[in-house]
Design a protein around this ligand. Structure first.
Ligand SMILES: Cc1cc2nc3c(=O)[nH]c(=O)nc-3n(C[C@H](O)[C@H](O)[C@H](O)COP(=O)(O)OP(=O)(O)OC[C@H]3O[C@@H](n4cnc5c(N)ncnc54)[C@H](O)[C@@H]3O)c2cc1C
Length: 274
């Protein structure tokens, strides 16, 4: 029987980003809380037992979605529902809005945040795959100031990222993309991607990214941008996806098969997108 309640912890609710960063720097056993849809279940299962939880959910100015040059800057606290509903996101990068629309259920979309999803780095999460394909940048603030980390290097393993203790994701910067698609095989209970494949066709290169199969999104960039070369990616996927994860729902072998099927469909859908 799993424990249904978290271990005891201290709760802090900073009113500003600087205050939050100060609190997170105070000791190494402190975790930020955003939407709580991944952290709280982990705490109830005692897979996470932070001594202090720093609730960043009401820090003003972290949930904005705005134009950033030709692309977008999405605040870490933007919920999946607000990304899905944003006309600006639909205009500049429709695939991100449709991805957000397909996350979990209504409650998860209303509470869960893009920053929390990226920081949590669940292999079955949708945003990590899509932002990697888009060539996005994760904006991070910590005790030493601000830095930007390419999504391609941000996810380092199962539930692990390039974030150092005490650092917060504050935003993600996403280039605009029209020819893009993301398809997933949804887990029937949760909606998580058993396998998800994103394809973004740019002028200089096409990027195909597979999520859910190994610990991190796997990027395969193809240049020049020719349909046949990109479609060949699907055939070569088993080599790129060694160490596929297995669980009670899907074996590693089945995941690789799904990745090949979804990659072919995602590539076609990206080329067909307006
Ligand atoms: C039933 C269910 C179904 C789901 N289905 C899907 C799905 O289909 N697809 C999908 O992608 N996800 C799914 N999720 C996960 C959901 O999207 C979560 O909301 C998301 O993974 C975490 O976001 P959060 O804001 O809730 O983060 P939290 O749970 O608050 O935090 C998650 C982790 O990130 C850290 N963190 C949070 N914010 C920051 C920040 N700004 N900077 C640094 N660290 C931070 C926390 O300390 C914690 O370690 C599902 C969750 C549930 C409960």
């Amino acid at each position: 029987m799993y424990p249904q309640r978290p271990a005891e912890f201290e709760y802090k609710r900073p009113a500003s980003l600087d205050e939050a960063i100060g609190l997170l720097a105070e000791n190494g056993d402190t975790r930020p809380l955003a939407g709580g849809h991944s952290l709280l279940p982990m705490m109830k299962l005692r897979l996470a037992e932070p001594a202090t939880v720093v609730d960043i959910g009401r820090i003003p100015g972290l949930d904005g979605i705005e134009a950033d040059g030709d692309g977008l800057r999405i605040g870490a606290l933007a919920t999946h529902a607000s990304v899905a509903a944003s006309e600006l996101v639909r205009e500049k990068c429709r695939v991100l809005a449709t991805t957000a629309e397909g996350i979990g259920d209504r409650q998860v979309r209303n509470r869960g945040t893009i920053g929390g999803s990226l920081a949590h780095a669940d292999p079955g999460a949708d945003y990590p795959t899509v932002v990697t394909a888009l060539g996005a940048t994760v904006v991070v603030r910590g005790p030493n100031g601000e830095l930007e980390i390419a999504a391609d290097g941000f996810f380092t393993g199962v539930f692990t990222t390039a974030l150092a203790q005490g650092e917060l994701v504050t935003a993600v910067r996403v280039p605009s993309a029209q020819k893009a698609a993301y398809l997933k095989h949804r887990h029937p209970a949760s909606g998580y991607a058993v396998v998800g494949v994103a394809c973004v066709v740019g002028t200089d290169e096409a990027r195909v990214v597979v999520g859910g199969v190994t610990g991190t999104p796997v990027l395969i960039a193809v240049s020049p941008v020719e349909a046949e070369a990109i479609e060949a990616v699907a055939e070569e996927l088993p080599d790129a996806l060694s160490g596929a994860l297995s669980d009670t729902y899907a074996s590693g072998e089945y995941r690789v098969h799904l990745a090949q099927v979804l990659a072919k469909r995602a590539i076609k859908a990206a080329f067909a997108a307006a």
